[in-house]
Design a protein. Structure first.
Length: 168
């Protein structure tokens, strides 16, 4: 499996070196529609879908994951994916990885009770467990740092990203 990942990444590197003008693009659209109460269905251009609902404490039915949990899940999945990609690039056969993501939040922000309290997480923690036969802890730490640094989701959390809001 890691051979296939390594070849795909090498091919992508080569193509982008030859076509640097093709590196920047608009990401695929995610469209969220309110279904009922606070239950939302998010769909993508290739029949992807994701359902969310808010907890009962804020009026939801808790019938699906919350958007905040989906965010943490996306971060965890992205970091695992980048770690596996980097491990394959470096020839780490038998690589294994699990990632836990949690965060600390204050509900006064999301409910608008304190204008000085952010609506989003106050802090995010990413905890990685990695194994690779014959690979020492220091090298796994380097791989973990690389994965987090190159994950688009963790990058968006750590850096100010311009947001445009349009009502059409």
């Amino acid at each position: 499996m890691s051979q296939g990942i390594r070849k795909a990444i090498q091919s992508a590197h080569q193509w982008l070196r030859e076509h640097p003008d093709q590196a920047r693009y608009t990401d695929s659209l995610a469209t969220a529609r309110l279904e009922s109460g606070l239950r939302v269905r998010v769909t993508g251009p290739n029949a992807e879908s994701l359902d969310t609902d808010m907890p009962a404490a804020v009026g939801g039915a808790a019938s699906a994951m919350s958007p905040g949990w989906a965010f943490r899940a996306a971060l965890a999945a992205c970091v695992v994916s980048l770690a596996a990609m980097r491990a394959a690039q470096q020839g780490m056969d038998g690589f294994g990885c699990e990632v836990d993501v949690d965060s600390e939040s204050d509900d006064r922000g999301i409910l608008g009770l304190d204008p000085d309290m952010p609506a989003g997480p106050l802090a995010v923690r990413i905890r990685l467990r990695m194994t690779a036969p014959g690979v020492d802890h220091a090298r796994l730490e380097e791989l973990a740092a690389w994965a987090v640094a190159h994950c688009p989701v963790s990058d968006a959390v750590q850096r100010v990203v311009p947001v445009t809001v349009e009502l059409v």
